[in-house]
Design a protein around this ligand. Structure first.
Ligand SMILES: Nc1ncnc2c1ncn2[C@@H]1O[C@H](COP(=O)(O)OP(=O)(O)OP(=O)(O)O)[C@@H](O)[C@H]1O
Ligand SMILES: [Mg+2]
Length: 250
């Protein structure tokens, strides 16, 4: 086992019930500790499916996943303490306040009450949410919900944080705040794995990234490595279009 590997994905395949085509097709990826790693790809490329398997929401058809050396199929309780997951869809209780939502998730992770109070206050402050502490989610805007959703996914301070399109559908200010926060977490040694359709962000944020298409790995590397390798491309977006083509996905 290589101790530097945070997530090791080996021959991962997922064929959904009733489908003939795999959503993820013999995927092999090694993501190292401390990386800010991007999973990129057009709609339907298999990004969410991959993340759902890593976070044990769905089972793979074939293949293996090791997280910090633990086998996903055998050591799930240990893995649940190591990873945090921020899903593409907001996963919060609309009728509860920001505080009640975060308190609920924190207690699920077994964080003691006084630490949890302090942590919630610190994170609400860090993400510009202090004044929404006692606002019900139903009365919060999309950008505020996204920021609370993010805190809910990392309230237990996971070593590896996995985010599925964390900045989709929100304004530039919220996006910026979230990106700065993620950069800070990464500097403090949290491995970040995230999906995005925003190539400009990925180019700036990622230490390495992979481009998936039709469930397969098309290319992998540091953003500048991929740009330099393709002499006709001057940005990650150029590389992305070159490798995944112009045709629209269903
Ligand atoms: N629950 C499901 N049942 C059947 N097929 C599914 C299911 N979820 C996803 N798929 C299919 O699997 C493929 C991969 O989907 P997935 O959601 O992983 O892609 P994605 O890369 O996250 O796309 P997007 O950028 O649109 O979020 C697609 O063809 C999709 O239609
Ligand atoms: Mg998705």
């Amino acid at each position: 086992m290589d101790e530097k590997i945070a997530v090791n994905i080996r021959h991962l395949t997922k064929i959904y019930k009733g489908s003939t085509e795999p959503a993820v097709d013999d995927l092999n990826l090694q993501i190292y500790k401390g990386e800010f790693y991007g999973l990129l790809g057009p709609n339907g490329a298999g990004k969410t499916t991959t993340i759902s398997i890593i976070s044990s929401l769905i089972k793979p058809t074939k293949g293996e996943v090791f997280i910090d050396g633990y086998d996903l199929m055998k050591d799930l309780p240990a893995i649940k303490r190591i990873i945090g997951v921020v899903p593409q869809e907001i996963a919060l209780y609309e009728k509860l306040t920001a505080f009640e939502n975060l308190y609920y998730f924190g207690r699920l992770y077994g964080i003691n009450k006084s630490d949890l109070h302090r942590r919630i206050d610190f994170l609400l402050e860090r993400l510009g949410l202090v004044k929404y502490k006692f606002t019900k989610l139903i009365n919060c805007s999309g950008g505020i919900k996204r920021r609370i959703n993010l805190i809910a996914g990392m309230i237990h301070l996971p070593k590896i944080l996995i985010l599925d399109e964390p900045v989709v559908g929100i304004d530039v200010q919220s996006r910026n705040l979230i990106k700065e926060f993620l950069k800070e977490l990464n500097k403090d040694n949290t491995t970040i794995i995230y999906t995005s359709h925003i190539m400009e962000d990925a180019e700036k944020l990622c230490s390495r990234l992979s481009i998936l298409d039709y469930g397969k790995l098309v290319e992998q590397g540091a953003p500048n490595e991929l740009i330099n390798k393709n002499s006709d491309c001057s940005s990650l977006e150029d590389v992305f279009l070159k490798l995944t083509g112009q045709s629209l996905r269903d």
